[in-house]
Write a protein that binds this ligand. Structure first.
Ligand SMILES: [Zn+2]
Length: 256
């Protein structure tokens, strides 16, 4: 079995003391690829630095909607410089988050649109973060030119948004939330979403899956999310399909 943790934050200070050990353990548990996702400029630099130390770790660069308050729109020029590094395989995370921050909606939108453009210009997949911002996000998606590949990361339990993503041929990726007993709605999304468009991620250090809930999340735990998808879909070869979807999405030598 091979796994791909398509979204985590090993650059965060929660991994400062034992980062190398966490990475080694992931590899031992068959995590063959890790995508470390930047949330700001410093963070994007750091995920590149980590990716240069390990050949199976890649980087995504971007400014998270909850971090836009620290930056000016011109700062995205720095992100543009960073994406020229060959270990950078995606743009993000970017998007809109009105759950934690609704005072700066317009600024979040500007940063999102600008990062969509960078993804288009460099022909890179885009990682979208969405929380309580569905209508504004759809409004923007409908009027601007999008890059070829889009994933809604940490997909929540919104069936309506799932239907929209399905029509648009977007990928969605699931976190440890899926393993929680009370995550009924998100389990329904798994059932209706085409398996060819599903990926998994830990979003470590956050959202630790059952049975490790309460502990710090790590990439090796990604298999518990896949197990839950297997149970819900009641399908063979779910592991291989999800692994290949991820290679294909991030242009890492999958079958297209
Ligand atoms: Zn994240």
């Amino acid at each position: 079995m091979k796994y791909f943790d398509t979204h985590c934050h090993l650059d965060f200070q929660q991994f400062e003391i034992d980062r190398d050990y966490v990475i080694k353990r992931a590899k031992q548990e068959n995590v063959e690829y890790i995508l470390n996702v930047g949330t700001g400029i410093e963070s994007s630099r750091k995920v590149i630095e980590i990716s240069e130390k390990y050949d199976f770790i890649y980087a995504s660069c971007g400014i998270h909607p909850l971090d836009v308050s620290d930056y000016k729109i011109e700062d995205l020029k720095e992100i543009e410089k960073l994406v020229r590094n060959k270990k950078v395989i995606a743009i993000g995370e970017t998007g809109l988050d009105y759950y934690y921050s609704k005072e700066n909606k317009e600024k979040q939108k500007d940063f999102f649109i600008a990062q969509v453009e960078i993804a288009g210009k460099y022909n890179l997949p885009l990682i979208i973060h969405q929380r309580e911002s569905k209508n504004d996000l759809i409004e923007i998606i409908e009027r601007i030119k999008l890059p070829e590949k889009i994933v809604f990361h940490c997909f929540g339990g919104d069936i309506e948004l799932a239907q929209y993503c399905k029509e648009k041929n977007f990928y969605i990726s699931f976190t440890g939330i899926l393993t929680f007993k009370n995550a009924k709605n998100v389990k329904e999304v798994v059932k209706i979403y085409p398996i060819e468009k599903i990926m998994v991620e830990t979003d470590a250090p956050f959202l630790t899956p059952h049975p490790f809930r309460g502990k710090r999340n790590e990439p090796f735990m990604v298999k518990y999310i896949i197990q839950e998808i297997k149970n819900l879909k009641n399908m063979e070869k779910v592991d291989d399909i999800i692994f290949n979807n991820s290679l294909k999405f991030f242009n890492l030598g999958g079958d297209g």
